[in-house]
Write a protein that binds this ligand. Structure first.
Ligand code: VGL
Ligand code: ZN
Length: 185
């Protein structure tokens, strides 16, 4: 049974110093890079998502939404963090590209479910940022798409800790396994 690792939105704007930074991303990056390498060695398909918005996206405050401007398509803030963008990735999906879709989930208007299916993948682990938004939405949509899903508890970071904890509880209640990365691999 083939497995995929889905790394959600580890982009400059969501990391330390970025426009919409998740908490404590400094401690995330090295373990994440090491885990991606180990997972690839083990034959896991590696998928990265990138939040990729038009400049006037509806989720931005100046357009009436909840968020500061972030991850504008092609901008520096939308770039993957260094040394995540490697040739050895199996798939990159861009999400949030339409002006009014929330674009939280890596499965929303990206064809990711079909693309994983075409690679023979049946199981997925989700990690990255932010726990209570895009990690949550991606993991839940992965379940809806029929995958067996784990969320990697040591390789996720929330925007707000309490919200991250409750999102994790919600995911577990929906049948998503909360596992440490080394246990999943
Ligand atoms: C995200 C808020 C807005 C995320 C993306 O990646 O969790 N959060 N856009
Ligand atoms: Zn966004």
């Amino acid at each position: 049974m083939k497995r995929a690792l889905i790394v959600v939105d580890v982009q400059r704007d969501f990391c330390e110093g970025g426009a919409l930074a998740a908490a404590d991303t400094v401690s995330l990056l090295e373990p994440l890079r090491a885990f991606i390498a180990a997972a690839r060695q083990a034959g896991v398909k590696i998928v990265l998502t990138q939040d990729w918005h038009p400049p006037n996206h509806r989720s931005f405050r100046e357009a009436g939404g909840d968020w500061p401007v972030h991850c504008v398509a092609g901008s520096r803030g939308a770039q993957l963090m260094p040394r995540l963008d490697s040739d050895a990735l199996d798939l990159i999906v861009y999400k949030g590209e339409t002006i009014d879709g929330a674009g939280y989930s890596g499965f929303e208007s990206t064809g990711l479910g079909e693309r994983l299916g075409a690679l023979g993948v049946r199981e997925a682990a989700v990690c990255g940022v932010a726990t209570e938004y895009c990690v949550r939405a991606t993991a839940i949509d992965a379940v809806k798409a029929g995958f067996r899903v784990a969320v990697l508890t040591d390789l996720i970071r929330p925007i707000q800790f309490a919200a991250g904890e409750s999102a994790l509880g919600e995911m577990v209640a929906l049948g998503i396994e909360g596992l440490e990365s080394k246990v999943w691999l």
